[in-house]
Write a protein that binds this ligand. Structure first.
Ligand code: HSE
Length: 328
């Protein structure tokens, strides 16, 4: 409560900006072996939010581009505006301030690239910037997680955390939320392919078994620990042998066309590892250097073309910055 009162006093209405444009990145959640606890941000794609201060109090969605009409314009139903409103309520200024939002999506919805997270983080980073940064990124995090809950019914943080903090993040715990930034080996690249089929996170989560075998859990936590050690040492060989998922991938792979062939192609092209990005259907080849990521994704796309499956590809290093304010 003290924190809340302090925040209210920090907002100086004369200092609030009239507009701001923010970009927030797509993310690869799970990092193959770390379901719901690991993720990293990429340079591109990502979403843009243009936010305007207006006279009439309340939060409104002005326009949405790039969503093929799939996202709600109703400010109470849209995740971005709902999160912005939550923040204004927390700060106690929702009845005084007028905000209009334009959302420009540069990435597909339901792709496994943290589409809703990128929009939510862009929106919350934008309102915080507009208000003169009253909250730290750490303080914004619970508002971002709430956005994920609104968007897909579950408040996992492995997309919003890297989208907001940048780099590679570990969710050490959820209750309370404990987010840790991990080191980013310089040559780590992601080659992402999005086969254009829709796999909503909500449904992809319903498929997963609630109980796991102890022997599989032992394998998985050994791999997670190995991956973390590999990141700290920039040991690409250790990263490679640790990035295997025995818990989630076997079930979810059935939702993704040509998954096993794509995996074989990526590994033959020199990828350190290959797996599902978030809840899919995007897949990711983790590589050492850009060249291997280009090669893996090009060959995977050629294969998907032969199978008459449309796809998009993105090659990116890890984005250590996270959201950024764009010039006017
Ligand atoms: N960890 C989440 C999942 C990420 O795998 O369902 C969703 O993008």
């Amino acid at each position: 409560m003290n924190t809340l009162e302090k925040k209210i006093h920090k907002i100086d209405f004369n200092q609030i900006l009239t507009k701001v444009r923010v970009f927030a990145p797509a993310t690869v959640a799970n990092m193959i072996c770390g379901f719901d606890i690991l993720g990293f941000a990429v340079e591109y794609p990502g979403d843009e939010v243009h936010m305007y201060r207006v006279e009439q109090p309340g939060v409104r969605i002005k326009s949405i581009e790039g969503d093929d009409g799939r996202l709600p314009l109703d400010a109470d139903k849209n995740t971005v505006s709902a999160c912005v409103k939550n923040l204004l309520v927390y700060l106690g200024i929702e009845k005084e301030l007028g905000i209009e939002i334009s959302l420009i999506k540069h990435m597909p919805i339901g792709s496994g690239l943290g589409s809703s997270s990128a929009s939510t983080v862009a929106g919350l980073f934008a309102i915080n910037t507009l208000l003169g940064n009253p909250l730290t990124k750490e303080e914004l995090m619970p508002f971002c997680v709430e956005g994920e809950r609104i968007a897909c019914g579950h408040g996992h943080a492995d997309n919003v955390a890297p989208a907001l903090m940048g780099g590679i993040t570990l969710i050490r715990g959820y209750s309370p939320l404990d987010v840790i930034n991990l080191p980013v080996p310089e040559e780590l690249y992601a080659g992402i392919v999005f086969p254009q089929v829709d796999v909503p996170t909500r449904e992809a989560r319903q498929l997963i078994k609630e109980k796991v075998l102890l022997k599989d859990a032992v394998t998985q936590w050994g791999n997670i620990a190995g991956l973390i050690a590999g990141l700290y040492r920039s040991d690409y060989e250790l990263i490679s042998r640790s990035m295997h998922d025995v818990l989630i991938e076997p079930t979810r792979a059935i939702l993704i066309p040509e998954f096993h062939t794509m995996k074989q192609i990526a590994l033959e092209a020199g990828a350190l590892s290959f797996g599902i990005s978030g809840s899919g259907p995007s897949v990711v080849a983790i590589t050492r250097g850009k060249e291997a990521a280009e090669l893996a994704t090009t060959r995977i796309q050629e294969h998907l073309n032969n199978c008459e499956i449309a796809s998009l590809k993105f090659v990116s290093s890890v984005n250590v910055q996270g959201p950024k304010v764009l010039p006017d």
